[in-house]
Design a protein around this ligand. Structure first.
Ligand SMILES: C[S@@+](CC[C@H](N)C(=O)[O-])C[C@H]1O[C@@H](n2cnc3c(N)ncnc32)[C@H](O)[C@@H]1O
Length: 262
């Protein structure tokens, strides 16, 4: 199993859900409804790879009945948060695994998906192909694979000094700031993102100053189509949003569905 990027352990895992809520607040990204609809439309067990703290697979569990749902996640610390959220939910399992090692049987899943860019942590073309072969192994003939990635915008593919991403008050009354910076490797099509959390008390005293870094690979839309075709997927459909909008110059997401051969 490939290791989770260390960036998800420690500093990130315990803040992931609160950061997400603060960044997106009341704004609906549209991803939950998209993956819920796919799970309703395609019968059979469902697996999310890179399930993180369970944000999406637990939302999927709310709308499908009577089929097994598995969230696969390499980071032990992200899984620990997922397990707490899971509580006594019966039809969802949280399992250790990764894109190159999905702990499920051959041809066992009707739908495999990767939400909020987990696939972008697969960093080389060889690893991407190995991951796609592993997804195909667990999919039934005709099963669906769905994933989302950011649509690489040239203006963002350059080095960025630390900027304040979000500031909010935590449940225990601290002021938390998350700063973000990035380094770009254009040859490897890789972005290394560094997050730094600074937490202050009411008087402005710094209580915490922690950082974490992870790498993501950016993949261009046509490259992605070729990659999926090379991995043997069919009916490859690349959209510019979760609502099914076609790609445009302003699209921020690549939302992709494809099918394993029947
Ligand atoms: C941005 S989070 C998304 C989590 C969740 N899908 C969501 O939508 O909130 C990316 C997740 O991918 C996981 N990840 C990183 N490398 C991975 C790999 N090689 N295989 C599977 N998951 C991976 C990380 O540990 C992290 O939990």
């Amino acid at each position: 199993m490939s290791r989770a990027p260390a960036g998800y352990d420690g500093a990130m895992s315990t803040r992931y859900d609160a950061d997400f809520a603060a960044i997106f607040g009341g704004r609906d990204r549209g991803d939950l409804a998209f993956f819920q609809r796919l799970a309703r439309e395609h019968a059979g067990p469902v697996c999310e790879v890179g399930a993180g703290t369970g944000r999406v697979i637990l939302a999927v569990a709310e709308v499908v009945d009577g089929c097994a749902l598995t969230g696969v996640e390499p980071s032990e610390e992200m899984r620990a948060v997922f397990e707490v959220r899971l509580g006594t939910s019966r039809n969802v399992k949280c399992m250790a695994g990764s894109f190159t090692s999905i702990p499920l049987g051959d041809a066992s899943q009707g739908l495999v998906f990767s939400a909020f860019r987990s696939f972008q942590h697969v960093l080389t073309t060889d690893e991407q192909l190995a991951a796609l072969a592993e997804v195909r192994r667990v999919l039934r003939p005709g099963g669906i694979f769905a994933l989302d990635l950011f649509d690489p915008a040239y203006r963002l593919l350059r080095r960025a000094r630390p900027t304040l991403g979000v500031r909010y008050r935590t449940a225990d009354g601290r002021v938390r700031e998350r700063w973000e910076s990035r380094e770009i490797d254009r040859v490897a099509q890789r972005v290394d993102v560094t997050f730094r959390w600074i937490e202050k008390d009411m008087e402005g005293r710094v209580l915490v100053d922690e950082a974490a870094t992870y790498g993501v690979r950016y993949t261009f839309p046509i490259e992605l189509e070729h990659l999926l075709a090379r991995a043997g997927f069919e009916a490859i459909d690349v959209r510019g949003g979760y609502d099914g909008a076609p790609r445009s110059a302003r699209s921020r997401e690549l939302v992709v569905t494809c099918r394993a051969p029947r």
